[in-house]
Design a protein around this ligand. Structure first.
Ligand code: KIV
Length: 310
C-alpha cells in the first residue's frame, strides 16, 4: 500500500461515482424474487477482488458472483476444475470487504460438493462463516444438495445448461438443450431446483427460446449467460466485459470497454518514462526541510575542514 492510500472502506469513491457514499439498501435473495415479480431486470457480474467489486457495487450491479471462472481469468488455468475452496474463500473475502449493496454469491468449486451432500453443506458453511458470502452457487441438477443447503439456511443459486465444471464429461463447451428431449430435461431440472429451494437459477449456453420458456415457468428469477435476452437478469464475466481476456470472446459476450488496451498503454508509458528518467519528477519526490538541508551542509563543511587540517 502506498503512503497516500486510504484504508479500505473509509476512502472516497475511487470511481468518483455519485452513488458511492449514499445510504444503501442491501440486495437480498427475496429482493431478487421481488424484482422478478415487478419485471425489473437483474444485473449481475463476476468479480474476484476488492477494487473491481467495489466499482461493480458502486455502479449498481445487483448480484456479484465470485465465480470459479477465477481459475481461468485470474489464475490462468485452462478450465475451472483446478481452483480450490481455500482460493475461492480468499477471493470471496476480498469481494465481501468491498461490497455494500449487491448480493455476494460464492461459487462452490469443483470437488467441493461432488462427493457427498454433507461435504457440500460443510463447505458451503465455510463460504458463509469464513468469507461472508450471502449465497452459494452450485452447478447441475443437485436437488438433494440444494434441499440440504436450504434446510441449513444457506441461500442457493442453481446453475444449469452449459455447466463448465462438467467440461470433461461434455467433451468441451457446447450449447446445451438443443433437442426436444434435452429441452424437457432442462425444464424438469430447473423446476426441481426451484422446488428444492434454489432462489435464483443461472442458465448458461442454452437457446434463447428454451431460456424464455423456463423463465416464464419458474417462480424464481433466471440469470442468463449466453441464454438470450428473456431471462430475468444477465450475468457476464468481468474480464470479458472489459477485454481482459486473451482469447476470442464467445458469441454472447459484449465488450463494454477495453481495459486491456488502457492498461497496456499505461504500463508502456510508465516503462518509457523510467527508461528516459522522466519518472519520477521533482514534484513527485519527497524533499528534506530547508533547515535539515542546511544542517547537513554545515556538517559536511565541518567534516571537510577537519580533513583538510589533518
Ligand atoms: O464462474 C463463473 O463465472 C460463472 C458464470 C455464471 C459467469 O459461473
Amino acid at each position: 500500500m502506498s503512503f497516500t492510500s486510504l484504508p479500505a472502506g473509509s476512502s472516497p469513491s475511487p470511481s468518483g461515482s455519485p452513488f458511492a457514499d449514499a445510504p444503501v439498501t442491501k440486495v437480498t435473495m427475496p429482493a431478487l424474487s421481488e424484482m422478478k415479480r415487478q419485471g425489473k431486470p437483474i444485473s449481475s457480474l463476476t468479480a474476484y477482488d476488492y477494487s473491481t467489486s467495489r466499482l461493480a457495487d458502486e455502479a449498481g450491479i445487483d448480484l456479484i458472483l465470485v465465480g470459479d471462472s477465477l481459475a481461468q481469468v485470474v489464475l490462468g488455468h485452462d478450465n475451472t476444475l483446478a481452483v480450490t475452496v481455500d482460493e475461492m474463500l480468499h477471493h470471496t473475502r476480498a469481494v465481501r470487504r468491498a461490497v455494500r449493496r449487491a448480493l455476494v454469491v460464492a461459487d462452490m468449486p469443483f470437488g467441493s460438493y461432488h462427493a457427498s451432500v454433507s461435504e457440500g453443506v460443510a463447505n458451503a458453511i465455510r463460504f458463509i462463516k469464513e468469507a461472508g458470502a450471502e449465497a452459494v452457487k452450485v452447478e447441475g441438477p443437485r436437488v438433494e444438495l440444494v434441499r440440504a443447503l436450504t434446510e441449513a439456511e444457506i441461500p442457493v443459486v442453481g446453475h444449469l445448461g452449459l455447466t463448465p465444471q462438467s467440461v470433461l464429461r461434455m467433451g468441451g463447451y457446447r450449447v446445451q438443450a438443443r433437442t426436444a428431449e434435452a429441452v424437457l430435461r432442462l425444464k424438469t431440472d430447473a423446476i426441481a431446483l426451484a422446488d428444492s429451494g434454489a432462489g435464483v437459477i443461472v442458465l448458461e449456453g442454452v437457446p434463447r427460446e428454451v431460456a424464455a420458456a423456463i423463465t416464464a415457468e419458474l417462480p424464481v428469477p433466471t440469470i442468463g449467460i449466453g441464454a438470450g435476452p428473456d431471462c430475468d437478469g444477465q450475468i457476464l464475466v468481468f474480464h470479458d466485459l472489459v477485454n481482459l481476456t486473451f482469447a476470442k470472446p464467445a458469441k454472447f459476450v459484449r465488450r463494454y470497454g477495453d481495459a486491456g488496451a488502457l492498461i497496456r498503454t499505461a504500463i508502456e508509458h510508465y516503462r518509457e518514462d523510467v527508461e528516459h528518467r522522466a519518472f519520477p519528477s521533482d514534484e513527485e519526490s519527497y524533499h528534506l526541510a530547508p533547515a535539515v538541508r542546511h544542517a547537513l551542509d554545515d556538517m559536511a563543511e565541518q567534516k571537510t575542514g577537519v580533513l583538510r587540517k589533518a
